[in-house]
Design a protein around this ligand. Structure first.
Ligand SMILES: [Zn+2]
Length: 360
């Protein structure tokens, strides 16, 4: 896969390709920008291009684009190249079977100092094995706790020859200034909506599906493409069912919560789509904009007339709160029950994710 597949990031990928062409890679990069903008993919492409054996090499020995099919390219793609070291949250690496916390500790959601010492320092102390250039890809780098970041400083200051560290971060400014100042920053920004819509239509989505997936994807083509049209249909039906609920029918509220709270991911996506719909309502009240949910236009128009903008914003807050509680492991049924109650009852109290964890 070429760098052009990392869409709408021409400045970022252009800088990387120029460095590859000249054969002069920096020893440490910080790829910063929102989720889904291709930072992780670009890090992998960089490691592939520097180690690729297909096509013609530039003056510095690197390819400007990886071929994607030679042995090093394939090994890097499958995360089995010995010269491409990857570091992720302890919990994620434990799950993948590539790390075990020391001293019987339970795995943390951070990248911890032991990982920096045992994975990065230890492996970099060994000789390069088969590649042209060694890479350490830390993704997400902003998961490193301060001790881990301090442990990495020495390597950032004096990396071994022919080695590049790539720190991938959604919140690059959360890293210590001493880390940031030692890295060359490459910024990734969300793709404009029109571009995503065009790419989705080119991939065979209808204009309705393309607009809806774009509204849900927050600038990420990867996420937009992963949204299956059938799932989108089911979600739209769920939103329609939510909008058909009446303020005086609490039994129907509970049935709704039971039906759509069966599955955590589905409940989360329902919240995402409700947020998109509420945005459509606000846009209609402001008198403009193309709605994302075209086939709910009638419901949108009615809500725009009946609700005050302040009430729409309040409901947006409740939906956001519910989405957050679901991420923190609240019971989907309880979280949706609370959402419906709050939807119709402005004074309903918010409950913590812990309080919403009551039953399965
Ligand atoms: Zn290759």
């Amino acid at each position: 896969m070429p760098f052009s597949e990392v869409i709408a990031q021409d400045r970022a990928t252009g800088a990387l390709r120029a460095a590859l062409r000249r054969g002069r890679l920096h020893h440490a990069y910080l790829f910063g920008g929102p989720a889904g903008t291709g930072k992780g993919r670009a890090a992998r492409l960089l490691a592939q291009a520097a180690n690729c054996q297909g096509g013609t090499a530039g003056p510095g020995g690197y390819r400007e684009e990886p071929c994607g099919s030679c042995l090093p390219c394939r090994k890097i793609d499958r995360d089995v190249h010995p010269d491409v070291i990857r570091l992720a949250e302890e919990r994620v690496m434990v799950k993948a079977g590539s790390w075990e916390p020391k001293g019987g500790r339970s795995a943390s959601k951070d990248i911890v100092v032991d990982q920096v010492r045992d994975v990065v320092d230890h492996r970099l102390a060994l000789a390069r094995s088969e590649g042209r250039r060694r890479f350490v890809i830390i993704d997400p780098a902003d998961a490193m706790n301060p001790q881990a970041q301090n442990a990495l400083l020495k390597t950032l200051e004096e990396p071994p020859p022919e080695t590049t560290l790539v720190l991938v971060a959604g919140s690059p400014d959360a890293l210590l200034p001493t880390i940031r100042s030692r890295c060359l920053r490459i910024s990734f920004s969300p793709a404009p909506d029109e571009l995503l819509v065009a790419r989705l239509e080119a991939a065979g989505r209808t204009p309705e599906e393309a607009h809806l997936a774009t509204a849900l994807a927050g600038g990420s083509l990867g996420r937009a493409l992963a949204l299956d049209p059938e799932e989108l249909d089911a979600l739209r039906d769920a939103v329609r069912a939510a909008l058909a609920l009446r303020a005086d029918d609490a039994l129907a509220w509970m049935a709704f919560a039971r039906q759509y709270g069966e599955d955590r991911a589905q409940a989360g996506e329902l919240c995402g789509l409700l947020a998109v719909w509420l945005r459509d309502v606000l846009a209609a009240q402001a008198g403009g904009g193309r709605p994302a949910l075209l086939d709910l236009a009638e419901e949108t128009r009615r809500a725009a007339e009946e609700l005050s903008p302040a009430e729409v914003v309040r409901r947006q807050g409740e939906v956001g709160f519910t989405a957050q509680a679901l991420l923190q492991n609240a019971s989907p049924v309880l979280a949706l029950e609370r959402l419906v109650i709050a939807w119709f009852t402005p004074s309903a109290p918010r409950r913590s994710a812990g309080e919403l964890r009551g039953r399965a």
